[in-house]
Design a protein around this ligand. Structure first.
Ligand SMILES: [Fe+2]
Length: 549
């Protein structure tokens, strides 16, 4: 898709997100050389990564200033884009002040990029910290309006992206029906496998207007989930990697290389550490954020219901499945190296008296079993659709045995989840705010370890565009399923699979507010957004309390 500056401005105006900065970005003269805009991310207290892409290899100057007019320059330098990095450019700008907003741009002999705005991590005693939490932006399904809305919120300090930033599917797969209607079909047309494929896909995603404006407006804290490589990967392979698609290690390496090229992400010291994408961010004495890597570095292969459900016919076979198959103590989620890192960083956060401890987590953590819903029936029109009827029957079968909805989430790794809770407890951190993506639904959850000890809360974000699981059953039934799932599971206070959007977390020293923000549609760039629910989180003993506002 060719980016249209006029369309960008029109969209921004129409959606009411015309902040002074967004207006400046939208109104800036277009330079087609910078076809994917600008981005920043992976902030520390004194540095931040600036990113851009050019249509062809070229020398450039980067500038960082305190003001949008670039009168107060604080840093600048030269560089070049080359085909070796797919014409992406990254610079780690150092020597910056903590908790400070900066503006940046790139200049070439044939003009300059639009301006970007970024921010370093705060130090000292911040009074507030606002984080927008996003995941699951699937290009064919629709416009990234939720990104656009995040861009328009001047109070957002950082955007945490929990993954599924791109999807690997080809035009013969999920989302293409919508993609055809919206002229947003995946490029390349095939499922992405090679380095060239992954690069092409990343480039396509960064042409979305909402994405472009969000990246220009706020720094990103990125982490991947599964679809940045292929659906449901684990240490030795992936569910969506077939023998005809070459060697998994090569494909994984290609996906990771393209991710590092195309995201505003700091390069690790050693090439071998690229897959070890776990990070720690400190926001003065207000909060720490530890992000996990749950796909490539420590995960055992997922259990597949298709293989096991037919064997479950009695209480005994059910117990065997839960205790010996799911509960196999050899099945891991995190690597030992990451467990040590998380334990160390949480202990440090507690010892320093930091008020809030956030975990950036890809996959749902709370126990989420399907209730028995055999009294529900699909409307006739949907029951006649084979795929929907099969999907419905699958949930009915799980509900009959009170089984987890997903097995690629922490529910499929109950021993590893307990181990994670224990390492948090050993760091005296039972007050986690776990921020979660992947499920394409909103969640407000409490978390409890197996022995019943409170571990904190979980805030799950809906997809930017990816649809929720129950949605194919129609609005009435989907709403009923949401309600029943919440009633059935002790840890779940509320869930909603029918909206696209994001979570905004506003931290203050004593309380935190979580807002679940939905957009009205993703089939047009003209949309509105509303807060569907808000929860207040506060300290309660050694853990946290959460209540609806
Ligand atoms: Fe997703």
């Amino acid at each position: 898709m060719i980016f249209s500056r006029r369309q960008f401005l029109k969209t921004t105006l129409a959606s009411g997100a015309l902040t002074p900065f967004a207006y400046q970005v939208a109104a800036a003269p277009i330079n087609p050389l910078f076809d994917c805009g600008v981005a920043s991310g992976d902030p520390t207290h004194h540095s931040v990564i600036l990113w851009t892409h050019t249509r062809e290899p070229i020398g450039l100057t980067w500038q960082v200033a305190r003001d949008l007019a670039f009168k107060q320059l604080v840093k600048s330098g030269q560089g070049e884009t080359s085909l070796t990095q797919d014409c992406t450019f990254k610079i780690d700008v150092t020597g910056l002040e903590p908790g400070t907003t900066y503006y940046y741009r790139f200049i070439t002999s044939s003009g300059q990029s639009e301006p970007g705005r970024t921010r370093t991590l705060p130090a000292g005693e911040p009074e507030s910290l606002n984080i927008a939490v996003a995941s699951c932006s699937n290009y064919p399904f629709g416009y990234f309006n939720a990104y656009h809305h995040i861009a328009g919120d001047e109070s957002v300090d950082f955007v945490l992206h929990l993954g599924d930033y791109i999807y690997e599917y080809g035009q013969d797969s999920w989302g293409d029906e919508e993609g055809r209607k919206l002229k947003r079909r995946h490029q390349p047309a095939n499922e992405i496998v090679s380095l060239t494929d992954y690069r092409t896909r990343h480039r396509q995603y960064k042409t979305d207007n909402g994405s472009r404006l969000m990246h220009a407006s706020h720094p990103l804290i990125p982490t991947w989930d599964d679809h940045e490589s292929a659906n449901n990967p684990y240490m030795q392979g992936a569910q969506n990697h077939q023998p005809g698609e070459g060697n998994w290690a090569d494909r994984k390496a290609a996906s990771i290389q393209a991710y590092y090229e195309w995201m505003p992400l700091r390069e690790p010291a050693k090439q071998a550490e690229k897959a070890q994408l776990w990070r720690h961010f400190g926001f003065g004495n207000l909060a720490t954020l530890t992000t996990l890597e749950t796909r490539h570095t420590g995960r055992s292969k997922q259990i597949d219901y298709a293989e096991h459900l037919p064997q479950i016919k009695s209480e005994q076979t059910l117990r065997h499945f839960i205790e010996s198959v799911l509960g196999d103590p050899g099945r891991s989620m995190l690597s030992i190296a990451m467990e040590n890192f998380v334990n160390h960083k949480l202990a440090e956060s507690v010892a320093q008296g930091t008020k809030w401890r956030l975990i950036g987590n890809q996959i749902p953590m709370a126990r989420t079993n399907i209730p028995d819903a055999t009294d529900l029936t699909l409307p006739k029109a949907l029951a006649d659709n084979g795929a929907i009827a099969q999907h419905f029957g699958y949930f009915m079968a799980l509900g009959k045995y009170d089984l987890p909805i997903y097995l690629d989430t922490w529910d499929g790794y109950p021993v590893a989840r307990e181990k994670f809770y224990q390492l948090c407890q050993s760091a005296k951190a039972s007050d986690l705010i776990v921020l979660t993506g992947d499920s394409h639904a909103f969640w407000a959850n409490q978390l409890f370890a197996g022995d019943g000890d409170a571990m904190g809360v979980e805030l799950g974000t809906a997809g930017i565009t990816s649809p929720g699981d129950f949605e194919t059953f129609g609005p009435a039934l989907a709403g009923e399923f949401d309600q029943r799932v919440a009633q059935h599971n002790r840890e779940i206070l509320w869930t909603d699979c029918q909206h696209r959007g994001y979570v905004k977390l506003e931290l203050a020293p004593k309380t935190a507010i979580a807002s679940f923000i939905g957009v009205s549609n993703i089939t047009s760039e003209h949309y509105s957004a509303k807060t569907l629910r808000q929860y207040q989180i506060s300290k309660a003993g050694s853990s946290l309390a959460i209540e609806k506002i």
